[in-house]
Write a protein of this length. Sequence first.
Length: 192
Amino acid sequence: MNYWAQFGASTVSGLAPTFIQFRTTAGGTLAPPSVSEPGSFGMYMFAYNAATQIAFVLDGATSGLAFADRYVTGVLDPFDNFGTTLVAIGNTAIALGVTNVAIGISNIALGVSSIAQGIAGASLIGTTASSFGTNSVDPTTVFGFLKRALETREGNETYVKTTGILDVYSRGSSQLLAEKTITDSTSTTTKT
């Protein structure tokens, strides 16, 4: 994911910005990415795919900037890929993804610290290729959970009366999704 930063209200070209803080929410330090100035127009870019929230302070690294313009702070979030991931959903969602990108670009005018907040939520949505899991691993994305519901609803089930074991499989009976034990008493039937 690409991020952009600007130092001061007007663009200042030729800086050599560096990260002086690049930390997880638990306070751990991470190796920051490099920063470049594509096109020499005073906007600086770095690329990073955050697996957890990361707070940063970017220093313009020059005495030519006023103290108030020298530092840019912000937050990187795993949800920043939201617009990119939505493109994979289909034509209807592409418009939503483009709209969210425009929101992110509009937030650049509000200040660089708003950039990371402008493009919201991707990795938890997933794609049509997301896994629906197994009997021991749950899906990790919204797409995965939706696929799991479809597989469970349209899949096969096997019940062995002698053991009371009910196995729930995906469509085509290829993947075990759940195993339950059914017990009967004189008044109730329980599935656990």
